[in-house]
Design a protein around this ligand. Structure first.
Ligand SMILES: Cc1ncc(COP(=O)(O)O)c(C=O)c1O
Length: 423
């Protein structure tokens, strides 16, 4: 059979994400991954600057994760968690609880970040209902935030961030306010809570970095203000660590780095090291206790078919092993230092608004990127996979990337911005 038969005959049946398929450039056919490289059908190799939407923190095909998944596949790929439980789910839950700070100890598994967020929101509303408060049904979220593409997750994302404009007027309305990055910026949050605090189930925030909303950074002081406001008005606090979790910002979790402990945290993306879909919504003991009852109606009525999938849990356990055994956080620190040095010259380039680096995230914010597809294609021509979005060119490479591979990424960013290819 001709080599690219699958591509020629199958592509017309695939609906690709975030794409106007009529006008987009044809997607690149990938045949293999290895380490920090993506191999294309025509033999080209791309250095990956995106880690497959921020998942592949150990690089691709890590032998330790592969071996764990292969072992689990031979033993039991999946069994439902309705009335059953298995070692992989129990071990992973225990290990996550041990890694997370202060009382975040009850883990609910799902298969994607958006669903983990849906579950967190449901937990928060039911937490209050189980305690007899039926009026707390609203959420406070933050401008620039992104929490996923399912309905409730869209409803707590910034409506102006560009993902969900089409659904304005359809989604339930919550309070989306300015992040309290200083005392003054906190006025809006304070005023919304003063007026509506009694209706608010929880505040939802991506701690330290708003990823898909534009790689915007904030700080521990901001999170402390949010925690204090939540406490003052008796609301729960949800940290969405789907992007920031597992080392991306330099610490294993942003909640640990900031010293602020939420009531619920969502995890996904790098949880399995980029191998299998898995997410977790982790609740504090206090939250879980509101569900612990002789009354069956107080149970959390949620159960994705593949919740706690054994293969995915085995991959996640192996990924946690790697965080223990290999110097991942030191690698993140080294990536951070190199990106800060290598990307600094971008500041002097025309149309560059800001250059910022935190952990293994490097972002160059432009005034605008005219032809983003042209810019993406130019990166591929330079042998790297980088996907700018909005007005941001960013790097979020695997933590195992070698310094010379990272140099190829940063010099491509510098070179392409210098060329002004995207107008
Ligand atoms: C902070 C955050 N929350 C939620 C999501 C949604 O995760 P998923 O795409 O797995 O549904 C994302 C995805 O980019 C994210 O960055």
């Amino acid at each position: 059979m001709e080599e690219n038969h699958w591509y020629r005959t199958g592509l017309d049946h695939v609906w690709l994400p975030y794409a106007q398929m009529k006008t987009m450039r044809p997607p690149l056919p990938v045949v293999r991954t290895e380490g920090c490289r993506i191999m294309l059908a025509d033999g080209r190799e791309l250095i990956d600057g995106v880690s497959s939407w921020w998942t592949a923190c150990h690089g691709y095909n890590h032998p330790h994760i592969r071996a764990a998944v292969e072992r689990q596949l031979a033993q039991m790929p999946h069994v439902m968690l309705g009335g059953l439980v298995h070692e992989q789910a129990a071990v992973l839950a225990r290990r996550l609880a041990a890694l997370l700070p202060g009382g975040l100890e009850r883990v609910f598994f799902s298969e994607s970040g958006s669903v983990a967020v849906e579950i967190a929101l449901k937990m928060a509303v039911q937490f209050w209902r189980n305690r007899g408060e039926r009026g707390r049904t609203k959420f406070v979220a933050f401008k620039g935030g992104y929490h996923g593409d399912t309905t409730s997750a869209m409803a707590v994302s910034d409506p102006d961030a560009g993902f969900h404009d089409m659904f304005q007027g359809v989604l339930p309305e919550h309070f989306v306010v300015t992040l309290p990055t200083g005392e003054e910026a906190g006025a809006e949050l304070e005023s919304v809570l003063r007026r509506h605090g009694g209706q608010v189930a929880a505040l939802v925030v991506e701690p330290l970095v708003q990823g898909a909303g534009g790689m915007r950074f904030h700080d521990a002081a901001t999170l402390k203000r949010i925690r204090a406001a939540a406490d003052r008005f008796g609301c729960l606090l949800i940290f969405d660590e789907i992007f920031t979790g597992f080392g991306r910002t330099g610490a294993l979790f942003a909640c640990e780095a900031s010293g602020v402990v939420p009531d619920i945290v969502t995890l996904s993306k790098a949880l399995t090291g980029g191998t299998l879909p898995l997410a977790a919504t982790v609740a504090s003991r206090r939250v879980f206790e509101a569900f612990w009852s002789d009354d069956p109606a107080k149970a959390l009525m949620h159960g994705p078919t593949y919740t706690g999938n054994a293969l995915a849990c085995a991959a996640a356990i192996a990924s946690l092993d790697l965080f223990e055994r290999e110097p991942r956080l030191q690698q993140v620190a080294a990536i951070s230092a190199q990106m800060a040095t290598d990307l600094a010259p971008c500041r002097a380039l025309p149309r560059v608004k800001d250059v910022r680096v935190l952990g293994a995230i490097g972002a160059v914010e432009m005034e605008r990127i005219g032809d983003i597809e042209a810019m993406r294609a130019r990166f591929v021509e330079k042998g790297v996979f980088v996907r700018p979005f909005g007005n941001v060119v960013y790097l979020a490479p695997p933590f195992t990337i070698a310094p010379d591979e990272l140099s190829l990424l940063t010099s491509a960013v510098l070179g392409i911005i210098e060329e002004g290819v995207a107008g």
